[in-house]
Design a binder for this molecule. Structure first.
Ligand code: FRU
Length: 499
């Protein structure tokens, strides 16, 4: 049965969503039908297609009582809009249907698992969240919240676990039919932990273990955990709140954490390498799925909580997802590459080999705002250059800069002049590893974003821009002299087919 709240949301998005012209949205990054979007939810395969739900407040471009919006894709690039899937319409989720996951059930139905939020007075009379885990089962469009909800609540927490911060279940099923879920929780030291539960039916859950804990080392509360096997490692993703910066690896505020290690059913998770997931300005709350061809694919909210106020005046949608990315582990590091399906949308190649850059110049056929471009930068002997800058989305007033400094091995993304006239963080630098002095930058441009993949994906950096589309120049600049190779494709979409 569709509740009044869900009916209202569906009518609202059906009425006003189509008013937003396709040209005012990204061409291939997922956006909300209307209003506000944050975390990806339930990013998973169902009946051979990929479903992506998202934290959704259709009625304004600001966060509000959380619904789940719904998109579907056959190729991770073109998104089809489906009606909102969940609305806050039960006592246990009256203050919001927060983030969670989804799976296909053996009987062919789809199960969503999410955090139900209600607000209650605590012992001191203060109003605070009570967060529990709930499920809804459906056919890929309509979902029924389960009579057993909430299926996990305060009584299922280990000692010291907080019911105020108990959220973001990521569910999966192993080949033996057992269901597992990882959930973020705050512990008695006020920092985060990832709890792991198992179940025979997805409804009755048993606490297994605390998979890993923050101990106030990497931020405080750990949001949106994910846990999966990748190239012989076990990987935990989580998004910590209130991070203190650590070198150029972790910036202050809401960050992302990749914990790589091993997993043993007896001993649990043993943590090895720790790294950030994305080094840019806008990236949070990633989720992964395993595609039918076994690729591990990740998508994330391409935003930063601390800059959500920086948006175009009266915009009718706000928040977008990153490009889905294929993950792998190489030399103990997380690698990311744009999903290969993007290549189907490439126009003819524009190739320039062995070009000397000295000062600033452009190249024939190299401009545009829907672009997939790889630039390889090589020194012309020892110390031939002090810095190299790639300028994109450029005109007389605008400029987004990706700068490499060989003496520091740093890459900087700078969107100071990218159409966001707000006093927010606009630059971020991170360490990269040149190969024999060479650095390779793959840059994906959509109308409102730049994503950079360094050296075949050893680091990625994402940033939202709102540069007017007419600013479409791309230039190359060196302090000194460098040699570059450029391989550039326009990305071509038939927008009539959208939605
Ligand atoms: C992360 C988050 C989640 C929560 C959701 C609420 O961005 O804070 O922990 O479920 O957003 O919208």
């Amino acid at each position: 049965m569709t509740s009044e709240a869900l009916k209202k949301a569906r009518e609202f998005e059906a009425q006003y969503g189509p008013h937003i012209p396709a040209a005012e949205r990204p061409a291939f990054h997922a956006t909300p039908t209307i209003g506000w979007m944050n975390d990806p939810n339930g990013f998973s395969m169902y009946r051979g297609e990929c479903h992506l739900f998202y934290q959704y407040h259709p009625y304004s471009n600001e966060w509000g009582p959380m619904h789940w919006g719904h998109l579907r894709t056959k190729d991770f690039i073109r998104w089809e809009r489906l009606p909102a899937a969940l609305a806050p319409d039960e006592a246990y989720d009256a203050s919001g249907c927060f983030s969670g996951g989804a799976i296909e059930l053996p009987d062919g139905r789809q199960m969503l698992m999410y955090t139900g939020v209600q607000r209650a007075h605590n012992a001191e009379g203060f109003i605070q969240d009570v967060q529990t885990q709930c499920v809804a089962i459906g056919d890929g469009v309509d979902y029924e919240k389960h009579a057993l909800n909430p299926v996990l609540s305060g009584k299922d927490l280990p000692k010291g676990g907080s019911t105020i911060d108990f959220r973001d279940p990521k569910i999966w099923r192993e080949t033996d039919g057992t269901y597992y879920v990882v959930i973020g929780n705050r512990t008695e030291d006020e920092s985060g932990a990832i709890l792991m539960y198992k179940s025979a039916d997805g409804l009755n859950w048993e606490f297994m273990r605390t998979l890993d804990r923050c101990h106030n080392q990497y931020g405080r509360m750990w949001e949106c955990p994910d846990f999966f096997a990748l190239d012989g490692k076990q990987v935990i993703f989580t998004s910590p709140q209130e991070m203190n910066p650590i070198g150029l690896e972790f910036h202050a505020g809401n960050g992302t954490l990749c914990l790589m290690g091993g997993y043993d059913a007896e001993k649990g998770f043993t943590r090895g390498r720790v790294q950030a997931i994305d080094y840019g300005l806008d990236f949070y709350a990633p989720q992964t799925l395993e595609a039918p061809d076994r690729r591990r694919i990740m998508i994330a909210w391409m935003q930063n909580w601390s800059t959500v106020g920086a948006k175009p005046f009266h915009c009718r949608w706000f928040g977008q997802m990153t490009l889905p990315r294929e993950l792998s582990v190489r030399n103990g590091r997380l690698y990311q590459a744009p999903v290969r399906e993007l290549e189907k949308y490439r126009g003819p190649a524009v190739i320039h080999h062995h070009i000397t850059v000295c000062g600033e110049s452009n190249l024939p056929g190299v401009q545009g705002r829907l672009v997939d471009m790889t630039v390889t930068v090589r020194p012309m002997g020892q110390g031939s250059y002090r810095w190299f800058r790639l300028h994109v989305a450029k005109d007389g007033q605008h400029d987004t800069i990706i700068r490499y400094k060989p003496d520091e091995s740093t890459l900087k993304i700078d969107r100071t002049r990218s159409g966001l006239p707000h006093d927010i963080v606009h630059t971020r630098s991170f360490l990269v590893r040149p190969n024999n002095g060479e650095i390779k930058l793959r840059v994906i441009l959509d109308r409102f974003s730049v994503e950079v993949f360094v050296n075949d994906g050893e680091a990625a950096a994402s940033a939202v821009i709102y540069t007017p589309q007419e600013a479409d120049a791309i230039t190359f600049e060196a302090g000194g002299q460098v040699l570059i190779d450029v391989e550039k494709y326009d990305l071509i979409f038939n927008e009539d087919k959208e939605d």
